[in-house]
Design a protein around this ligand. Structure first.
Ligand code: NAP
Length: 250
């Protein structure tokens, strides 16, 4: 997929200070997009992502925002538009998990995960959409999870948020399809970045046994799919969920 050219496009990647989001931001920049690198708390790490992109000849800016707050999400979109006079791509990647079995899950565990993983995507999408509709061109890519399709013990809040994100994707895709704006979701399986690095050895082995390809996914596996969905060639694909899981839930 290295031939995809996103020169002239402008993207915002939420939660791009580390993990999968950082790699998505770098990969979009490598394809020629100018990128807003959003973070909430990890400023130094986000600065590192911007520096890496700039050193490689790309263009990027730091975008501090808490996606759970409407004013903050709106300001993030505005900052990108003010800098480059347009925005074409939103990747709703910011996400957290607070894993506990249902009976031990507090309503705060529930609210926090739904707040970032679902409401955050809603707020950013709401505020980017007027720009995409006006341009009659745009891409929204929501980073869901296979857990939103299959469920997973200990992740009722996370699974609900990621399943909600799939419903959100399909609804918004139908609303904006006539304006040539596409809205799709990616559902990664276990990716060797961020959240999945917290697993202990025994759990890692148990999971690997369930992956037909016999390996964890990488952030690059996810980033390549993002770049594909942003390409001109993917312009007729909308409302879809693409699993990136080595065949795990096929
Ligand atoms: P990660 O390393 O924990 O990074 C999470 C990112 O989200 C950080 O950049 C963090 O920024 C940001 N973030 C958290 N709360 C935020 C908020 N309120 N506003 C703005 N940014 C916020 O996560 P990851 O493992 O790379 O996962 C990235 C996405 O992929 C998530 O949506 C996750 O659910 C999904 N996913 C991951 C896996 C996996 O195996 N890793 C599998 C399937 C799906 P700060 O550090 O600056 O706060």
């Amino acid at each position: 997929m290295s031939g995809i050219d996103l020169d002239g496009s402008v993207a915002l990647v939420t939660g791009a200070s580390r993990g999968i989001g950082a790699v998505i931001a770098s990969r979009l920049a490598k394809a020629g997009a100018k990128v807003g690198v959003n973070y909430r708390t990890s400023r130094e790490a986000a600065e590192g992502v911007v520096e890496e992109i700039t050193k490689a000849g790309g263009e990027a800016i730091l975008v501090e925002a808490d996606v759970t707050q409407e004013d903050s999400a709106a300001a993030a979109i505005k900052q990108v538009v003010d800098r480059w006079q347009r925005i074409d791509i939103l990747v709703n990647n910011a996400g957290i998990n607070r894993d506990r079995l249902l009976l031990r899950m507090s309503s705060d565990d529930w609210d926090q995960v739904l707040g970032v993983d679902l409401k955050g995507a809603f707020l950013c999408t709401k505020h980017v959409m007027p720009h995409l509709i006006k341009q009659r061109k745009g891409r929204v890519i929501n980073i869901s999870s296979v857990v939103g399709i299959s469920g997973n013990p200990g992740q009722a809040n996370y699974a609900a948020a990621k399943a909600g994100l799939i419903g959100f994707t399909k609804a918004v895709a139908r609303e904006v399809a006539s304006r040539s704006v596409t809205v799709n979701a990616l559902a990664p399986g276990y990716i060797t970045a961020g959240m999945a690095d917290e697993l202990n050895e025994e759990t890692r082995k148990r999971i690997l046994d369930r992956i037909p390809m016999g390996r964890f996914g990488t952030s690059e596996d996810v980033a390549e799919a993002v770049v594909f969905l942003c390409s001109e060639g993917a312009g007729y694909i909308t409302g879809q969920v693409l699993t990136i899981d080595g065949g795990m839930i096929a």
